[in-house]
Each structure stands twice: as C-alpha cells, then as structure tokens.
Design a protein around this ligand. Structure first.
Ligand SMILES: Nc1ncnc2c1ncn2[C@@H]1O[C@H](COP(=O)(O)OP(=O)(O)OP(=O)(O)O)[C@@H](O)[C@H]1O
Length: 250
C-alpha cells in the first residue's frame, strides 16, 4: 500500500499542495484528476522522488520512503512527451534502463513485454519513424522493463486520438492487471479518469476534493467542485454528441 500523509509543497511562496492524504492499495489503478495548475504533476513527481516535498510522509508497504532517492524508491514514470532518445532505435530505447541488468529482466520476459505491446515490427525503426501510439508503447515498454514497484503515467493519452487512444487505454489497463502493478495516472480529462481507473483522486487548489471509485464520483459527488468540474464536463460532452445526432436527422 502507498500512503501519502499531509503532503505539502510551495513554489516561490505559492501553495501548490496543501495537505494531501491518500491511501492507494497495491495493484490499484488511480487517476489524479484536476484542472490545469492544480498540482497533479507536482504530486506525481513527489511520489517518484524527482521533486522534494516541504513536509509530509510517504509510506510504501509499511516503510517510510520519504527521504529515499528516486532510485531507491524503485518507481518509474512515462513522461507526457515520452522522453525517448531520438538517436536510438525503438529496441535500444526499450532496453536502455536494463542494458547491463540481466538480473532485473530475463530475455524471455523482455520478449513477452514486446509481444504484449505488439512492438516486434517496429523494433529497428528510428523514433522519428513511429506514430504517436507506437512511441507511447515504446515508452511504456522501456518503463515496464525496469519492473517498477509503482508505474506513474503523466497524461498518457493526451497526444493520442480516436481509436489509438482507446487501444492504448485498454492496453494500459490490461498490462497493469497482468503485472498487478499499482498505477497512478495524471489526467485532466474526466472521461479518461472514470473509464481507466479503480479510483479517482480529484484535486482542487492543492487539496483532495474527492477520492473514490468512478461510481462514487458519478453518483455521490462530494462537493460543488466535483459536480461542476467533472460531471458538468461529462454532461456537455454527452449533450454535444446528442445534438450532433439530432442535427443528422434534421
Ligand atoms: N519547478 C517549478 N517551479 C515553480 N513553480 C512550479 C514548478 N513546477 C510547478 N510549478 C507551479 O505549480 C503549480 C502546479 O503545477 P503542476 O504542473 O503540478 O499542475 P498540473 O495540475 O499538473 O497542471 P497541468 O494539468 O497544466 O499539467 C503551477 O502553478 C505551476 O506553475
């Protein structure tokens, strides 16, 4: 279990996280949802160990990891822009973090991962030759190859559209279930959060606005912000689609 206790963070005197308390069970997929600037990426980076917090405690499987370095924590992230190495082909990108670590992942496991993400046909391609969805899968494979104890994804679907988005969504869900991997996803899209996760962590002005299952968020919004920000956006989306169909019949 990952326990965040009273996490606080300021940048240049501006409070970004104002006492975040959350418990995430092992194997759970949690989406962090909130408007732009609400502190989602900051919280993700604090969990990763990339950004320091001003105060608070992070407990992972009963151990206080607050002061451990990023490497010692053993979590890993897929960045929003994928951060792939353009001078290396897809395969070299995938094995980048495990090149000299046969103890970490066996050849069979690596092949299994490449197979699961359907990356064989693309292994020798340069990054510039890959589509958005293929880049996303290479980035995912590179991160998963390091066998992270927690997988962190920053806006994993934002650069993708349509069918590719749905495919990647399903694949992320399938792979995290397969590996029983605790996964924390940053998104600003309510639909994405509600359809991808076991729990949704809604952040507003540096505080937890609601933390619950998609069902709880939809049927028991805990406050005005959840009602306005999340449910209103979904209603607008739905109305737009219905209006479109009505337009077709006219
Ligand atoms: N390194 C930094 N130095 C100063 N201010 C920062 C730094 N990183 C983030 N901030 C500020 O902290 C606030 C929260 O940023 P953060 O990136 O965590 O928000 P977010 O919810 O992920 O937003 P978005 O959805 O737009 O990515 C913003 O006002 C941002 O300008």
């Amino acid at each position: 279990m990952l326990v965040l206790k009273k996490i606080r963070k300021q940048f240049d005197g501006k409070v970004v996280l104002n006492g975040i308390d959350v418990e995430i069970a092992n194997g759970e997929i949690v989406s962090m949802l909130g408007p732009s600037g609400s502190g989602k990426t900051t919280l993700l980076n604090i969990i990763l160990g990339l950004t320091s917090m001003d105060s608070g405690t992070i407990i992972f499987n009963d151990k206080d990891i607050s002061k451990l370095s990023m490497k010692e924590r053993g979590f890993n992230i897929v960045f929003q822009d994928y951060a792939l190495f353009p001078n290396l082909n897809a395969y070299k990108n995938i094995i980048y973090g495990v090149k000299n670590r046969p103890d970490l992942i066996s050849k069979e496991e690596l092949d299994g991962l490449i197979d699961f993400l359907e990356l064989e046909p693309h292994l020798s391609k340069q990054i510039s030759q890959l589509s958005g969805g293929q880049k996303q899968r290479v980035a995912l494979a590179r991160t998963l190859a390091t066998k992270p104890k927690i997988l962190l994804l920053d806006e994993p679907l934002s650069a993708l559209d349509g069918v590719i988005k749905e495919t990647i969504k399903d694949r992320i869900k399938a792979i995290t279930r397969e590996y029983h991997l605790t996964t924390i996803i940053v998104t600003h899209d309510p639909e994405e959060a509600l359809t991808m996760s076991d729990k949704v962590l809604i952040i507003d002005q540096g505080k937890v606005s609601q933390f619950g299952t998609p069902n709880q968020v939809i049927h028991q919004p805990q406050n005005n912000f959840v009602e306005e920000f999340i449910l209103r956006q979904l209603r607008i989306k739905r109305d737009n689609i219905y209006n479109l169909f009505e337009g077709c019949h006219a």
